[in-house]
Design a protein around this ligand. Structure first.
Ligand SMILES: [Zn+2]
Ligand SMILES: [Zn+2]
Length: 164
């Protein structure tokens, strides 16, 4: 992994090649060391001295961990934007439905109510608004946890009425 043919000569010990890197933040010596530097300058904190090959390996692990972490954050970001989109759609649909209900009521078209609209109307006037918004968010986050994709206002209404 580490190319020894291009090995770096130690600045202090010209006969020596550099073999590793001291990762100690407190160490005032040259970070890159040869065998003699290691023995003379870093002997009291050998645990912080890593050979180049080891650093390459350790960096692979760090990169992998960070990639995993990044993937998780990206996944969460996608879920969050999906959640926002579904919330917006759900509110838009509610507003549209309530406008329809309102329109039918003001024209006294009382026969045109669907069962779904009747349930919506009942639910709207059941509990105080704050509680309702809180429940609305709860149902969404529950759905995200369960299957990652919250959908259908129908399901929200169904779950909402079950929770009452
Ligand atoms: Zn040296
Ligand atoms: Zn050191």
């Amino acid at each position: 992994m580490f190319n020894t043919s291009k090995a770096l000569i130690c600045r202090l010990h010209k006969s020596q090649i550099c073999i590793g890197f001291c990762v100690s933040i407190k160490c005032p010596q040259n970070s890159i060391y040869c065998q003699l530097c290691l023995e003379e300058d870093h002997s009291d904190h050998m645990e912080s001295c890593k050979e180049f090959g080891q650093i390459i390996k350790d960096l692979s692990i760090s990169i992998k961990e960070k990639k995993n972490h990044l993937d998780k954050i990206r996944e969460k970001q996608i879920q969050l934007s999906q959640l926002n989109r579904h919330q917006i759609e759900a509110y838009e649909k509610q507003i549209e439905d309530f406008r329809n209900i309102q329109g039918n009521l003001s024209k006294q078209k009382l026969n045109s109510f669907s069962n779904e609209q009747i349930i919506m109307l009942k639910e709207e006037f059941q509990q105080d608004r704050q509680l309702d918004d809180c429940k609305f968010n709860k149902v969404f986050s529950k759905q995200v946890k369960l299957n990652g994709t919250p959908n259908l206002i129908f399901r929200i209404n169904k779950e909402g009425s079950l929770n009452q």
